[in-house]
Design a protein around this ligand. Structure first.
Ligand code: PLP
Length: 387
């Protein structure tokens, strides 16, 4: 398969180990293994640790352990464990699904801007991809009328959405997902909903919509331990789909990663069983950073602006200075030790992607450094662009 470069990953890889203030990150400040173990009640920790230390590290069950699949299935109304496939992150779930569901020439509607995989893999397969654009002037809302009127076709094979959305923090409501599902059903199209940001509703914000997999057999949900749980290093994600789709994806995965890491599977199960504590941790971080970010955008409103995320933890901030986002992002990283991802990686010039999941003290200093960089550029003669 010939596929275009994953622009954001290339850029992040260049800087992520060198910067002190990574405020572009797409997840929550990661948990340590100790913090994860400490979620167990004090009286049970020693036994849990012993169990993990004595684990025989043979190959694990290829679909993911029965325990983990059952626990995940229990979070989707009506799903059974055979509808769950554990994958190497949500990225593998998406990849398997695109390659299982699509053939060259199939028509796909996919959200854009996007976690690039959601656009690039269908294109690389040879699908005819219509981009469903989220626009800043529209508050980064999904326009359902445009979707129905201009993008859907009688032969559309797959609709790809992501809610809450990377990189804008857009959300689809329950009613909107119902409408998308009904339109898909009328055409026999699949709906792949990337729900990597599930459980990341904004503190005091709108509730998240029910997963698409609960709406009927054409709805496929993808999830992960990376974002809401702060456990991206486990590399554990999943899909919830009809059994025949899970079986086909499993068959393809035999050639790629075969099975999930056994210890990671066990740690993921432990995390899921204690998710209410993890969600409390996550919401604490997001709440604190959101307040700091809102105050910062108020203070520097002449230079920057944003649409705060409705869900998840990501947003695209715009800036008024007249220089390309890749240049600004490189300068921030190289000279100010701040990582804010260039909007150009999402086709959004004069924007930077910001994530509000970082450790709050680092997040705040990162914003202060960013203001320092922007005001220095202004003083050094970089002008405002026309808007
Ligand atoms: C929307 C979306 N889907 C999938 C992924 C992949 O996540 P992972 O493979 O770590 O589970 C990401 C990561 O940033 C994402 O933002």
């Amino acid at each position: 398969m010939k596929i275009e470069t994953f622009a954001l990953e290339r850029w992040m890889t260049r800087w992520e180990l060198d910067v002190a203030y990574d405020i572009a990150e797409s997840g929550i400040y990661p948990m340590s293994t100790r913090e994860l173990i400490d979620l167990a009640p004090a009286g049970e920790r020693a036994e849990l640790l012993d169990t993990l230390l004595d684990y025989r590290l043979g190959y694990s069950e290829a679909r993911g352990s029965a325990g983990l699949r059952a626990e995940i299935a229990s979070t989707y109304a009506g799903a059974n464990p055979d509808q769950v496939l554990i994958t190497t992150g949500a990225i593998e779930a998406n990849y398997l699904l695109f390659n299982t569901l699509l053939e060259a020439g199939d028509h796909v509607v996919a959200v854009n801007p996007a976690y690039q995989q959601l656009n690039s893999v269908p294109k690389a397969i040879g699908a005819d991809v219509s981009l469903w654009k989220l626009r800043e002037e529209n508050g980064f809302r999904y326009d359902l009328d445009e979707f129905e009127r201009d993008l859907l076709r009688p032969n559309t094979r797959l609709i790809v959405v992501n809610t809450p959305h990377n990189p804008t923090g857009a959300m689809l409501t329950d009613a909107e997902l119902d409408r998308i599902y009904a339109l898909a059903e009328a055409r026999g199209a699949w709906v792949l909903c990337d729900e990597a940001y599930r459980w990341l509703d904004m503190p005091d914000g709108e509730p998240l919509a029910r997963p698409i997999a609960e709406r009927g057999p054409l709805g496929i949900s993808v999830g992960t331990f990376s974002k809401p749980f702060g456990l991206p290093g486990l590399r554990i994600g999943w899909m919830v789909a009809p059994e025949e789709i899970v079986a086909a994806c499993w068959g393809m995965r035999d050639y790629i990663t075969l099975s999930p890491g056994k210890l990671n599977d066990a740690l993921s199960l432990h995390a899921l069983r204690h998710r209410s504590q993890i969600v409390t941790r996550t919401q604490g971080i997001v709440r604190e950073n959101l307040a700091v970010a809102n105050a910062w955008f108020d203070e520097w409103g002449e230079l920057v602006g944003w649409t705060p995320p409705r869900g998840g933890l990501l947003a695209l901030m715009n800036y008024r200075l007249d220089l390309p986002s890749s240049e600004l992002a490189d300068k921030l990283a190289g000279e100010y030790s701040v990582m804010l991802a260039p909007g150009s990686a999402f086709g959004f010039e004069h924007h930077l992607r910001i994530g509000i999941g970082q450790r709050p003290d680092l997040f705040k200093t990162g914003l202060d450094q960013t203001a320092d960089c922007l005001t220095t550029l202004l003083r050094d003669g970089v002008g405002f662009r026309d808007v």
